[in-house]
Design a binder for this molecule. Structure first.
Ligand code: GTP
Ligand code: MG
Length: 196
């Protein structure tokens, strides 16, 4: 996909604050610090459009980025951040749950995980949750650059074994640092946007 324009639109914490343009949305979910905001920057080839941080819990609102005046990338708060309340840690924030359950313009969810480690219990919960909601999704296994080439396949198999029902073609190995996987991810986004 050719990026003609990418701009930050708005941030919100509830539906009334979200865009009312009706344009389709591609949302990112995943553990805090897994690299969701970095992934947005890598996709858009922009250094710091989406705010990133080595401190987990950076993104606390739903942040909407308008791409090519045609669709939004939506950066959602991460889950599993130890310093948030117990209730939030147990599952996903109500912001994330409300968005995923109710947002009509949502076309595809990018579930971001860390390829260095097997999916966590929360990753597995999210995966099943998206399945139950019948939300189209791809799993993006980030931080590929941190693995030795010789162990990548083993880690890939571990992801597939731990997220049951995940098809190989719905798993994209990715690195926000080296931009590996960017073309494959745009391909998945493009396909989702073409579907009604
Ligand atoms: P929250 O907003 O807290 O939910 O986190 P996030 O998922 O948006 O993570 P963020 O993009 O802020 O990245 C967290 C840290 O991981 C930062 O220090 C990034 O530089 C680093 N990081 C993200 N992606 C990669 C990657 O592919 N490779 C490497 N080596 N580091 C990465
Ligand atoms: Mg973030």
């Amino acid at each position: 996909m050719k990026i003609k324009s990418a701009t930050y639109s708005l941030s919100g914490v509830k539906a009334e604050q979200y865009p009312t343009t009706g344009l389709p949305e591609i949302a990112l979910v995943g553990r805090s610090n897994v690299g969701k905001s970095s992934l947005i920057n890598a996709l858009l080839n922009r250094r710091s459009l989406a705010r990133t941080s080595s401190q987990p819990g950076k993104t606390q609102t739903a942040n909407f980025y308008l791409i090519n005046e045609a669709f939004y990338l939506v950066d959602l708060p991460g889950y599993g951040y130890a310093k948030t309340s117990k209730v939030e840690r147990a599952r996903f924030s109500s912001l994330v749950a409300n968005y995923l359950e109710n947002r009509e313009t949502l076309r595809l969810v990018l579930q971001v995980i860390d390829l260095r480690h097997p999916p966590t219990a929360l990753d597995q919960d999210m995966f099943r949750y998206l399945h139950d909601l019948r939300r189209p999704r791809v799993v993006v296994a980030n931080k590929l650059d941190k693995l030795k080439r010789s162990v990548v396949e083993k880690h890939q198999r571990q992801v597939l074994a731990n997220l049951s029902g995940l098809a190989t073609q719905d798993l994209i190995l990715f690195s926000a640092a080296t931009k590996q996987g960017v073309p494959e991810l745009w391909q998945a986004v493009g396909t989702a946007l073409q579907k009604e």
